[in-house]
Design a protein around this ligand. Sequence first.
Ligand code: GCW
Length: 683
Amino acid sequence: HAEDGYRLWLRYDAISNKSLAQSYRSAISQLVFPARNPVLDAAKKELRSGLKGLLQHQPAEVKTATGNALVIGMPQNNSLVAGAQFKTVLNGLGTDGYFIRSVATGGKNCLVIGANTDKGVLYGVFNLLRLLQTNKPIDHLNTADQPSVTYRILDHWDNLNRTVERGYAGFSIWNWHKLPEFIDPRYLDYARANASIGINGTVLNNVNANALSLTNQYLVKAAAIANALRPYGIRVYLSARFSAPIEIGGLKTADPLDPTVKKWWADKADEIYRLIPDFGGFLVKANSEGQPGPQSYGRNHADGANMLADAVAPHHGIVMWRAFVYDNNVPDDRAKQAYNEFKPLDGQFRSNVIIQVKNGAIDFQPREPFHPLFGAMPKTALMLELQITQEYLGFSTHLVYEAPLVKECLDADTYSAGKGSTVVKVLTGKMNPDLITGIAGVANIGTDMNWCGHPFAQANWYAFGRLAWNPAQTSTAIADDWLRMTFSNSQTFVADVKKFMLQSRENTVNYMTPLGLHHIMAATGHYGPGPWDNNLSRADWNPIYYHKADANGIGFDRTTQGSNAVGQYAPQVRDAFNNLAACPDIYLLWFHHLPWNYKMRSGETLWNELVDHYYRGVDSVRAMQQIWNRMGTYVDSERFTEVQQLMNIQLNEATRWRDACVQYFQTFSNMPIPAKYPRPLHP
Ligand code: GCW
């Protein structure tokens, strides 16, 4: 049963509801699906294997339907789709969109999947398969669907030696040694999984980049991967090391304004596009955490990004330039640096540059307020960077469904152009339609049999893709689909497990970093608790820098009286975070340093409420465990047991987090743990 985890959400096991399966079979008794290119071929292959598995049946393939049929195509290859009745819907679908419609013609019922391009067809096919997998009715369909952003990308922090930075699911799936000749079948399954959720790009290598990835030797290998992924609508991108002209080009400088440097990159781009004609472009981490960048030559981010953008522009490539920048030189608050460096450059970037901004200003914490750059650069394309891999969320042993975290950021109101200027509007180009749009997620994929290390970590890959495609979808709806596709359509199973999935992120916030605490993970590794850690070379790598606990209280004062990081938000947001009366409890200690006996909204002291969150966090892991223990009949024994074992680890870790934090902070608060709680398990 080793493949139980491997198949992800694309399982295609026979539908257990017999009459439903029968109704699907009769609705799809014939298939009209002319496929004469690799993308359409891939779509058709997927459809065939899906139908064969789910319905235990292959529809007869015909040129023109004579019975109930599934009709799939584009106007240019299918006369039904070319018909007048679909003109309007097709016009609104763009390149990646599709429609699915039930139509009655000449005594038979057809289900039509239509799109303007082969990629649209591919996405439409995956949507139909999802409807079948989740046992939805298909007899009165009228769907038109298209992605809300153009670039939907996975960032792999994969090194050329196959280690994965912040990877918790084995080694890199890219087998550089055996490439380009050996194409691991896993690449195809990777492509299928991504296409099924609308992901259309992948950055193969770590943003802490090795310049060697841009040598011809590696480009040939990247081209082989690009060839394997192309039929699934996925483009390959590479992380570019800014100093590559020196390291692999023999130049003396990497100054972005130096003509020889510009020429080197332009030539490099030409070389890449000769090998990979649809190469997506570069992702760049510059002048951050010791990486080289334009500032090393007295230039700014725009100088650096624009130089690379000019190199790929003739080939229609883009540059994703990261805003995750910070260094030793920030005296008071690292959270402010990205805004300070980028905001003044608004409007100075080329149109094929997109600034990649993490959801929050610190670093992928269990909870952060939205990044102040969203809304602050109205003339610059900004893309959201999320971290699917659980660097600060318990790696691949903690069950944390991330969709609610993502939604919290997407739905946040930046007020940059008045009320309703949400992050999602910024990202989807609603605030400025001239800008390119995208969402990226740092992948949690590795060579583990089940890809992500934890069976439920697959849900985060899945939810990322679904939200990048359509950020308006709810965490609930996505969890529902994922559970049905990955495990079971049983009502009891779906309802119970969905409930704890939706709660799981809050659980982890509670037992790790409640009430706005952040970055108190052990300084090396970021797995367990380490609020006491204070021995890393840089102040801002040490947890004590962030919680600032002392006898007087706890929390980071980012108010106008403190570091004034609140000043980077629009006035309405600034005031809400700045004023204690308005600041939501969830961000309290992110923005305020408060005395231990501060009276919370609940009437409790801050200390008591903090302790309460830690205990609640652990209790809810136990509750989750109890529900899962009842699910054995719905899940194969391998995944059932695996999740049980991982939940045991999570419970132990949550308990360790609770006891470590409560006891450490108690050394400052000098207040008792309320008697209602049991004594710590690890005194
Ligand atoms: O989350 C932090 C990680 C680093 C990472 C960095 C970044 C790739 O701890 O491992 O480096 O952020 O996003 O650049």
